[in-house]
Design a protein. Structure first.
Length: 222
């Protein structure tokens, strides 16, 4: 089930089903790519930024949201420290595939995107939380009222960006004390949507929750 914190734009639903009260971009031929209006009445595709470090991101937590967003017609940029190849891992210890980054974290800014995604991987999240640009991006999105999605160890970064206080979220169980000590409320849900403090936070616990997490990311900017 998808759970919500405070006022929500959709009813709780079973993962894989569309919320009953959300507007959907549907044509006679199926889903229309998510669009946002800009000055002059022109529209462009919605844009998502996935922020990671060069090593240690959990492969599935990067690749599955990336593929889901692209499949929905959303433009996705993967940004890392170097802007070059990203060494992913499986189960935090086994090396997996390499994924090419599209840009550097230092070159990314919240004003260019509609959604920020923070995958997990213990080393990835622990490195990103002490990265100046990683913290800056999270703070920029929250301050601008733009949605942020974080899974597994990803919510760690919210603490160092000073945006965790007052939010309700889930995460990998081991970082629950850190989040609560930072002023967050923790719940054991496959997906939790919290619009508190003027911005939406979407969180999930681990790779088993990826189907619900990826769908929620797409729905949030569709």
């Amino acid at each position: 089930m998808i759970s919500h914190c405070g006022p929500c734009r959709g009813n709780s639903v079973v993962a894989g089903e569309a919320p009953l009260c959300r507007n959907r971009n549907i044509s006679a031929f199926g889903l229309v790519p998510p669009l946002k209006a800009i000055e002059g009445g022109t529209t462009v595709a919605a844009r998502a930024l996935i922020a990671v470090t060069d090593f240690g991101v959990e492969e599935a937590e990067l690749v599955e949201p990336l593929n889901a967003l692209k499949k929905a017609g959303i433009e996705v940029t993967v940004a890392s420290n170097s802007g070059e190849s990203i060494q992913t891992v499986t189960g935090d210890k086994d090396w997996a595939s390499k994924v090419n980054a599209d840009s550097r974290l230092a070159d990314a800014k919240a004003s260019d995107y509609d959604l920020l995604v923070i995958p997990g991987g213990t080393v990835n999240a622990d490195t990103l939380r002490i990265d100046e640009d990683g913290r800056r991006l999270v703070k920029e999105f929250a301050t601008a009222g733009k949605p942020v999605g974080a899974i597994c160890h990803g919510p760690w970064v919210l603490i160092d960006a000073d945006v965790a206080k007052g939010k309700t979220m889930t995460s990998y169980i081991s970082i629950r004390p850190d989040l609560e000590n930072a002023g967050a409320s923790w719940v054991d849900k496959e997906l939790f949507r919290c619009p508190g403090n003027g911005w939406v936070l979407l969180t999930s616990r681990n790779p088993n929750d990826l189907p619900a997490f990826a769908k929620a990311l797409v729905d949030e900017i569709s």
